[in-house]
Write a protein that binds this ligand. Structure first.
Ligand SMILES: [Zn+2]
Length: 336
């Protein structure tokens, strides 16, 4: 199992590009996401928009697509009146859309005879991975608890395992290359994922990606080192990292993770803008510029990041910048 990323990274030149924010881009393409299901709402209403955003990211240099299933849960769809069968089909659909985007992109690359770039788009023949997104229990609650990690005392390890079990089984059989457990806000949920991967004998690998709001601990206050250790000791986990966290915290968080894991480090920060949990919206222009975001990338790679992309409020423009930076890195022989 560990060979998936090892081979992939070797072919990619040591580092690879993950895609960027989905929700903001869907809105830019005209989707209305004002709903507890958030981007998952588009699985029902406008799957073509999701496919277009995936294609946009591939044409800006992403090597890994993350599916639109972050907030797609069987429980959430059922609450909207869907049957269990329909809910499970919607989960599979999130992966099918990404696979379709990849197929179209491979065709475009094959048809493009004018080198790696054409019409401002990147058509470089390369291996693309599809990562099935699993958001935390807090993402399903849609009450901001994925940014506090505080689920209250009534939520136990077993509750979390039962909550995620069926979704993880379905995504594992969906044709995705791996599962991205994203925005993991506390140690308990990391433990639940690790146990699920083993108990259910999940056949595709996974990455665990935590979020932090102080640059030291994960958002619940649990030490990042303890969370990272859970990922390190789970054999189904092939990469560990940080997402949806301001860029300024990333360097220190990578150093903390490196103390507890030898697995590849995955990094996809948000734009650094602040999120207003009451209004449920991002506060515009409170983040770092695209140029500043991209200028961090080399430093992250120097300390060990090898998969880099963007989370909320990052755009195809951000991903293009990361692609350029990483291409230059792999073209320059390492100094050390
Ligand atoms: Zn995010």
């Amino acid at each position: 199992m560990p060979s998936l990323l090892t081979d992939f990274l070797r072919q990619a030149g040591g580092t690879a590009v993950i895609d960027g924010g989905l929700a903001t881009e869907l809105e830019r393409h005209g989707a209305d996401l004002n709903d507890p299901l958030w981007s998952a709402k588009c699985l029902l209403a406008s799957p073509h928009l999701i496919r277009d955003v995936h294609l946009d990211y591939l044409e800006n240099g992403a090597d890994i697509l993350i599916t639109a299933s972050y907030q797609a849960t069987i429980q959430g769809f059922r609450a909207k009146g869907h049957s269990t069968e329909e809910s499970e089909a919607l989960l599979k659909k999130s992966v099918e859309i990404a696979l379709e985007a990849r197929r179209i992109y491979y065709e475009r690359c094959a048809a493009c005879s004018s080198g790696d770039e054409h019409d401002g788009k990147i058509f470089k023949q390369r291996r693309i991975l599809v990562a099935a997104s699993v958001g935390s229990y807090g993402a399903y609650l849609a009450d901001g608890s994925e940014y506090s990690g505080d689920y209250g005392d009534s939520i136990t390890l077993e509750t979390l395992k039962d909550f995620h079990r069926r979704r993880v089984q379905i995504l594992a059989d969906s044709g995705a290359d791996l599962i991205a457990f994203e925005t993991v806000p506390n140690k308990l949920e990391a433990q639940a994922y690790a146990e699920l991967l083993e108990e259910e004998n999940i056949k595709i690998p996974a990455w665990f990606s935590f979020n932090s709001k102080d640059g030291i601990n994960v958002v619940s206050g649990d030490p990042l080192a303890e969370c990272g250790s859970i990922a390190e000791s789970c054999k189904g986990v092939i990469a560990v990292g940080i997402n949806c966290t301001p860029p300024r915290f990333i360097h220190g968080l990578i150093l903390s993770l490196k103390k507890v894991t030898t697995k590849p480090i995955v990094i996809y920060p948000n734009s650094g803008e602040s999120y207003d949990g009451d209004k449920k919206e991002w506060v515009e222009n409170t983040g770092v510029s695209n140029e500043d975001f991209v200028s961090y990338v080399n430093k992250w790679c120097e300390v060990g990041a090898c998969l880099v992309g963007g989370c909320c409020r990052t755009t195809p423009h951000t991903i293009r910048g990361i692609y350029r930076t990483l291409s230059r890195r792999s073209a320059t022989p390492a100094a050390e």
